[in-house]
Design a protein around this ligand. Structure first.
Ligand SMILES: C[S@@+](CC[C@H](N)C(=O)[O-])C[C@H]1O[C@@H](n2cnc3c(N)ncnc32)[C@H](O)[C@@H]1O
Length: 214
């Protein structure tokens, strides 16, 4: 009996996680949307400052977003947006503002094409380096998919914290493949809210524990 339940769960998992993900990528390809991975060497980026491009939009991210109270007053920024793959999923939720930045102009050019093809021309894209970027004040949600190494993450988190101190608000950080989880929670300003274990990389949701935002 227990093993029959186990098999059923396995089949459900396979259909949802594996077939669902593959079908999603096929749909994107049919639309002419390119979310293929690109190695760091091809992007010409310094491995001390950047990780390579890989796509993280689709059903896993959608499940996380469905659990969050997203509305038209919310503004989301994909920190290291790459080809805009995660933004394609974020744009299906009722954010008032959607934006992304990347270190690579090549990735931003592909992102623009992808988002326009999908009918999301209103998504703002710009070039910036997360190691020095500090313009987080207008955002209530940040998204990251393991975009850069520890040193850059530390600088980025400091700028995010500074922004919450300057403009007290509830800032939600969604971090996929959270290799540097410890950097996010280090100073106690961000606390882990939820963790989603997926077939691939986990996604963790953090929220700023700002008293003014309670
Ligand atoms: C793993 S990809 C994620 C792409 C997209 N967010 C997604 O989930 O589909 C990471 C991206 O971060 C960018 N990146 C790496 N280091 C960066 C930095 N220091 N500042 C801004 N972007 C950076 C890379 O160029 C790459 O496109």
């Amino acid at each position: 009996m227990a093993s029959a339940v186990g098999v059923r769960q396995l089949v459900r998992y396979w259909v949802r996680e594996v077939l669902g993900g593959a079908a999603h990528r096929r749909r994107l390809r049919r639309l002419g949307i390119d979310v293929d991975s690109v190695p760091l060497s091809r992007l010409g980026l310094d491995p001390r400052r950047a990780h390579n491009h890989a796509y993280s939009g689709g059903p896993d991210l959608e499940r996380v977003l469905r659990d969050l109270p997203i509305g038209p007053d919310d503004a989301v920024l994909d920190v290291g947006c790459g080809k805009g793959g995660a933004l394609l999923t974020l744009a299906r939720f009722p954010f008032g503002v959607l934006a992304g930045f990347d270190l690579s102009q090549e990735m931003l050019d592909v992102a623009r094409r992808n988002l326009d093809l999908a009918g999301f021309a209103r998504v703002e894209l710009f070039a910036a380096d997360a190691a020095v970027f500090d313009d987080y004040d207008r955002f209530t949600y940040l998204y990251m998919y393991n975009p850069f190494p520890r040193d850059v993450m530390r600088q980025a988190v400091e700028a995010m914290e500074e922004s919450v101190r300057r403009v007290p608000r509830c800032l939600t950080v969604i971090y996929k493949n959270p290799l540097f989880h410890d950097e996010i929670v280090r100073n106690g300003l961000f606390v882990e809210l939820r963790r989603y274990e997926h077939s691939g990389h986990p996604i963790v949701v953090y929220r700023s524990a700002s008293p003014a935002a309670e």
